[in-house]
Design a protein around this ligand. Structure first.
Ligand code: FRU
Length: 491
């Protein structure tokens, strides 16, 4: 083990004593120490879910990337393992960037990640050269492959930028063949996804440019994932620098999914539709895995890059994941639901049926910051705007409102306690479904995730409001009819 990795592991252990006293999310994975961004290597290995993450142990800001590591048996209780990778070789000395994991025939766990090395250019500037690398291990300790890097600029198609060549997502076909997709762009920064094949995970061959952006959705495409779902094929990518379109794609670096069909023999992906994966503020670089029971489960970094420099006051770490979500596809739309394991941790059911709402009011038993609450709003014309406030006290609130005429859901956390004037407000077009707007709200101390209309749309937000702000109120312009079902979540 290198000194750099040993130092990181020692540092983690020293920090552990303090973490116990820090307020943390109760079922969302947060970084063991320092900084966390993308989920990496999300997989099921040796009877447990493994989740690695982009990690800078020493600071609550981004820095030389390591891989943090945690395991879970229910996707909600996470146990930290020692850091898995550190930037400690000549081909990754400036960072072990995002990647993924598969199991090898001999039962070893293989990580595929991006190695980063800074290179001084003729004009004196510095750029990161990116290659793909392998590490093999037993679920705790990983050894970097002696043949690294396994994919370099030699494996790029014509016009492929060696400075933007990252985030390999590896999987195995039924016949054992390894494949991976990697994010890339042209020198003009037009994003595209490259497809590679390998018989053994070590020797790789370029197959095809799976899809090109052609100037349409942002620029460089990061963190691809490519998987079959309900008889279709889905490509999830996180384009950088997207232009908004109406109410969509406002977050800058956002995440989209493309549905379509895939011909495995010719490696042809025929795209049918493109939609945002999450319409909130804090969601990026998701990764999926197939659980042993066949479910496709997705987890993302619950953060917007553009806000990520602003570490909330009093918070000693930075970065958390979304709740893991079960995915299905209906009518070419991705449906997301919190993993069903969550239901085992619900208690104290409170239910209010068909309540008429006018002036701001609270409902008995409806409050809290670690809750699973579903609000059904009747979409009739007796009201103009419905407004729910959560994480509320005299000083703070976050509002979730619905304008029935514009058919727009608006989430606004301008009064949630952030000390910075950063992105706080998001409007989302939401059509009623069966005459209702259904909002399932998951709150976990520092976040609010809304699953709209049974997960047809989602909106994720971090919320660093002081924990004693736990009120919830409802109000309407006109008279709105709602039903509320609320559970406390205990872990
Ligand atoms: C996405 C990303 C990846 C990269 C990693 C670096 O958030 O920019 O493309 O591998 O973060 O930490």
């Amino acid at each position: 083990m290198s000194q750099i990795l040993r130092d990181a592991r020692r540092y983690e252990e020293a920090r552990d004593r303090q973490i116990a006293d820090e307020p943390r999310p109760s079922f969302h994975l947060s970084t063991r120490t320092g900084w966390l961004n993308d989920p990496n290597g999300f997989s099921y290995y040796n009877g447990e879910y493994h989740l690695f993450y982009q990690y800078h142990p020493y600071d609550s800001h981004w820095g030389p990337m390591h891989w943090g590591h945690a395991v879970s048996s229910d996707l909600l209780h996470w146990r930290y393992l020692p850091a898995a990778l550190a930037p400690d070789t000549d081909y990754d000395r400036d960072g072990c960037f995002s990647g993924s994991a598969v199991t090898l025939d001999a039962g070893r766990h293989m990580l595929m990640y991006t190695g980063v090395v800074k290179e001084t250019q003729s004009d004196g500037s510095s750029r990161e050269v990116q290659t793909q690398c392998i590490a093999i291990g037993d679920g705790t300790d990983y050894e970097k492959f002696s043949g690294n890097p396994v994919l370099t600029e030699k494996d790029l198609p014509e016009d492929g930028s060696r400075f933007d060549f990252r985030d390999p997502r590896v999987w195995r076909e039924k016949d054992g063949t390894f494949r991976c997709v990697v994010g890339n762009c042209t020198p003009q920064k037009d994003g595209r996804i490259l497809l590679y094949s390998s018989p053994d995970g070590m020797k790789w061959k370029f197959e095809k440019i799976l899809i090109s952006n052609n100037g349409r959705f942002g620029r460089m495409w990061e963190c691809p994932d490519f998987f079959p779902l309900d008889n279709k094929q889905v490509l999830v990518v996180s384009p950088m620098e997207m232009m908004p379109e109406g109410l969509k794609f406002h977050v800058g670096h956002g995440t989209i999914y493309l549905t379509g069909t895939y011909d495995k023999t010719t490696h042809t992906f025929t795209r049918e539709d493109v939609q945002p994966v999450d319409s909130g503020i804090d969601f990026y670089a998701p990764q999926t895995m197939k659980a042993p029971d066949g479910r496709r489960i997705m987890i993302a970094w619950m953060q917007a890059w553009s806000n990520s420099k602003f570490v909330p006051e009093g918070v000693k770490y930075f970065g958390q994941m979304t709740v893991p979500r079960e995915l299905t596809l209906k009518d070419n739309r991705l449906i997301q639901k919190p993993v069903r394991e969550l239901e085992a941790y619900r208690s104290n059911r409170v239910c209010h049926e068909k309540v008429k709402i006018t002036e701001e009011t609270s409902l008995e038993g409806v409050s809290g910051r670690v809750i699973d609450m579903t609000v059904k709003l009747k979409a009739d014309d007796n009201f103009h705007e419905f407004c729910m406030k959560v994480a509320q006290n005299e000083d703070y609130y976050t509002s979730v409102s619905y304008d029935i005429h514009r058919k727009v859901l608006c989430v606004d956390r301008s009064h949630s306690g952030y000390l910075y004037d950063i992105m706080h407000r998001r409007e989302i077009s939401v059509e009623p479904m069966d005459g209702m707007i259904t909002l399932r709200c998951l709150m976990d101390r520092f976040s609010l995730e809304i699953f709209i209309n049974d997960g047809r749309q989602t909106a994720s937000f971090t919320l660093y409001t002081p924990q004693n702000a736990e009120g919830i109120t409802f109000a309407a312009e006109g008279e709105a009819e709602i039903s509320v079902e609320k559970y406390t979540l205990s872990f």
